[in-house]
Design a protein around this ligand. Structure first.
Ligand code: 9MR
Length: 463
């Protein structure tokens, strides 16, 4: 090779190298396979979609990845580098209402391009709910707790839908109203035990825990006691007689009692009830003492005594007053647990508010009962049907409270009770007590007794 040939060869190599630089710095092979562009999915159904991309010059085939996470740490079965020679492929066998991600690489011989952009596609339809039974999952936890439901005596007939669901799913029951004073107390010293006995027997016969609700509540005072014309001291004796009779009647058959319910007003003061008016501020302590004495006298020294109230997570004045009552009872060893009703909405209370509230009771060594859980999704009456978006928001909120509960120390766990079965039988829709302006869907089962996304959220809270 002469000098001229060497110079020519040098220039040829130099110019070839220059042409092959894509950024001026990094040499890449000539005619490198371009990265394909993934385009939007088409024909989306509840179980499939069509993945699309733009063809790349020189490509012989394409590799398609489909995943349920956008970092592609796992792949949908059958879609890990699936090979295809066209510009579209049908992806099938998917689950309804789920997000999927796909990306494409071009291939020529052994050469494979970079991954394309990632396309997100959500399948249509309604998510299939997890059919696992609540108590089965809760019982398998390292630190299990009771999963409870509010019941009515008429639901507890063997073979009824309620009976079947209850025995499958729940390990605790609370009477929604039939163990309150107004149905039981028919007069001074006279009692109607029929419905309450049926509920307690059902629990006992089926190995289901019974949380008894409630001895003293201003909203459940029978007329004869409301209209009581005796002295205040005689009124107090009637309350004592009632508490003693009822606690004695169910001693050994129920695990716990809500002794006093909702004694604090929303303004953070003692609620102005007939009990406060006639018995004075010490009435709460008296009621707990009478309950404890009756249980002990009947040989039930393990009865758990609870105080129960609502909206303490968002109303700090109320929360403070409740804890002042708790401290007072605790000083006399008259309280074992605190019930947080949790008639919540899909927006409130915030996680941190619930945690702070519950943790105050944990710090006092009390058992925690989330005692009347339901989650409204239409408190502002802005929907007429239960939308998918609200279903998922409600699911998340159920998951959140169950997660908070499940994270409690073992010694503080007692039960998490849902306030009823089916949406259309809940006290929430159109409730005058709540000033609820419309329909709502607050529970775990729909009107047909099908499990809702809320139920799946409950299960996910146990993960
Ligand atoms: O949900 C209960 C409803 O069916 C009863 O008619 C009502 C009166 O007994 O009580 C409802 O339950 C309340 C619970 O006992 C205490 N916290 C508030 C609940 C909703 O009012």
């Amino acid at each position: 090779m002469n000098y001229k040939q060497i110079v020519t060869a040098f220039f040829l190599v130099f110019s070839l190298l220059s042409c092959s630089k894509d950024d001026g710095n990094t040499p890449v092979p000539l005619n490198a396979l371009a990265t394909p562009f993934a385009s939007t999915a088409s024909n989306v159904t509840n179980t499939s979609f069509q993945a699309n991309w733009v063809l790349v010059p020189g490509a012989e085939s394409y590799l398609i990845d489909v995943s349920t996470d956008n970092s592609f740490s796992t792949f949908v079965t059958g879609y890990d580098a699936l090979s295809n020679s066209g510009s579209t492929v049908a992806i099938s066998g998917l689950s309804p209402a789920m997000a999927y991600y796909y990306r494409i690489r071009a291939k020529r011989g052994v050469e494979v391009s970079n991954n394309s952009n990632v396309i997100t596609v959500k399948t249509t339809g309604v998510a299939a709910e997890d059919p696992t039974f609540l108590k089965v999952k809760a019982n398998a936890l390292a630190n299990p707790f009771f999963v409870g439901v509010a019941v009515k005596a008429q639901q507890l007939n063997t073979g009824s839908a309620y009976d079947v669901v209850l025995k499958n799913e729940f390990s605790s029951i609370t009477a929604e109203y039939e163990m309150k004073m107004d149905p039981i107390s028919t007069g001074s010293g006279t009692y109607n035990w029929v419905a309450a006995d049926k509920i307690v027997k059902y629990g006992n016969d089926n190995g289901i825990n019974v949380h008894a609700h409630v001895l003293v509540w201003h909203n459940a005072v029978p007329n004869w006691l409301k209209d009581f014309s005796g002295t205040d001291a005689e009124f107090a004796l009637e309350v004592k007689k009632y508490i003693t009779a009822v606690v004695t009647h169910f001693a050994g058959k129920v695990k716990s009692w809500d002794v006093v319910n909702e004694a604090v007003d929303d303004n953070g003061n003692m609620r102005n009830t007939v009990f406060l008016t006639k018995m004075g501020p010490n009435y709460i302590k008296d009621c707990y003492q009478w309950a404890r004495d009756a249980a002990n006298a009947a040989g039930d020294t393990n009865l758990l005594l609870f105080y129960n109230d609502y909206a303490t997570s968002t109303n700090i004045n109320k929360q403070n007053k409740v804890f002042a009552i708790v401290d007072d009872l605790k000083a006399s060893n008259l309280i074992d647990g605190l019930g947080f009703q949790m008639h919540n909405t899909y927006l409130s209370p915030a996680k941190t508010q619930m945690e702070a509230d519950i943790n105050r009771a944990v710090a006092k060594g009390l058992k925690i009962h989330v005692s009347e859980l339901d989650i409204q999704v239409n408190q502002n009456n802005d929907i007429t049907t239960f939308t998918n978006e609200r279903k998922l928001a409600q699911k998340d909120k159920y998951k959140e409270i169950v997660k908070i509960y499940n994270a409690l120390p073992a010694a503080n766990k007692y039960a998490l009770t849902v306030w009823g079965f089916k949406d259309n039988e809940s006290w929430i829709p159109y409730s005058t007590d709540l000033n609820h302006p419309g329909n709502d869907w607050p529970l775990l089962y729909d009107n047909n007794f099908e499990i809702k996304s809320a139920h799946t959220g409950f299960l996910e809270g146990l993960d």
